[in-house]
Ligand binder design. Sequence first.
Ligand code: GUN
Length: 283
Amino acid sequence: MSARIIDGKALAETIKADVAGRVQSLKKTGIVPGLAVVLVGDDPASQVYVRNKAAACEKAGLHSRVIRLAADITEASLLDHVRTLNDDDAVHGILVQLPLPSHMNAARVIETIAAAKDVDGFHVSNAGLLMTGQPLFRPCTPYGIMKMLESEDVDLWGAEAVVVGASNIVGKPMAMLMLAKGATVTLCNSKTRDLGAHTRRADVLVVATGKPGIVKGDMIKPGAVVIDVGINRNAQGKLEGDVDFESACLVAGAITPVPGGVGPMTIAMLLVNTLEAAERSAT
Ligand code: GUN
């Protein structure tokens, strides 16, 4: 048996087309949704991500602004840039690309972003709202995964969901979103003993560790839905996920590919969050 491939790229295109339509409606009221992306330093992967985010905005009719700052800028100066964007009415969403250079306190930078413009959903206020079941912005990657599960008609009510990786960006909010839909959620981390004993129970398995091949076919329950968040470059320069795709395909019921799975959905949901921030600013 071979798993069904969940086409994140196609679903992302559908979502972006819907965003583009809503942007046109909003523009008729005189509001152009705007996203500001702040990039500090010259990390090559971050540069690609930021370019892709800006291009997706422009294509859907949103205004995008990229603020590129030198790697050795002081934290105080970065915070000044963020505060200026907080006060700019043309900017509805602010995203500071992570990781930041090591001399900066990322938590302090994120806390400086106005919560109402925090389209990443990383601000403590937004994390708290999500945790208490009243989300304002859902972090884009887990939000995109929820949309993929929805499009696959996955019923989370009472299901066993296992998340591998407990980051603030993916793992923790992912667990909260699935919990809110009635799943029994296990959140594994780098210290988890006998990872396979947990993953083999999962009806829905989300893997977000940055460790290529950490989950193999023999760690997957037959028929499970497997979501691979990892984007790793192998020795041949090819992109691969955290899940060993070949062996997983023989066991899973459905699986996301890398590339073309979760990645495009993250960008689509960033556009949704920015659009909704702009729509809220109109009321
Ligand atoms: N770095 C990797 N993923 C993300 C993301 O979703 N948002 C931000 N701001 N930085 C990232």
